[in-house]
Design a protein around this ligand. Sequence first.
Ligand code: GRF
Length: 197
Amino acid sequence: MSTPPPRLAVLGSGKGSNFVALQEAILAGELNATIALVLSDLPDATILARAKAFGLPTATLPPSPFKTKLSPEGETALVDLLAASKIDWVVLAGYMRVVKDPLLNAYPNRIINIHPSLLPAFKGLRAWEQALAASAKETGCTVHFVNKDIDAGEIIAQQRVPVLPNDTPETLHARIQEAEHALFPAALAKILRPSDL
Ligand code: GRF
């Protein structure tokens, strides 16, 4: 009997272009996984509309009194939703809240994020603007495990991206995102082997 593909939850707060890249890789047979749930902390996030367009289950997290994290109750509700959908791996794709203990403890070494820089350079928000401000000649993107320290978990894969002389924040971010859309499915394919389950 063949092992069923690992079940992923994708969490995002934004437009969901990385989610689309993952789902397209799955549909193309390049990534052996099922996106079993797409979650957002923002009810109007485009990622939810894009998930519905693929016919995938979606959920919105309860509102939080904090901007940068869920409340402990909210994070517990999130863990319950993941358990109810039998989620094996949690994939952060533009999720703008810091992941705290209830979720970290429920999915040790099973939470993966994509960050728009070559970590450990330019951690935190708007990393492409940080790269421009530092006059970096190159930047990139990183897929990494999530732990309690922000953008500091073990690195799984990276892709370099040049910074061009006339780059604006928008052109540089677009170039990084193009790299992300190839790197993320490839890095997940490397990690999500059936023997890991
Ligand atoms: C990506 O650039 C990712 O690196 C960062 O948030 C952005 C999400 O973009 N963590 P999208 O919602 O996948 O289009």
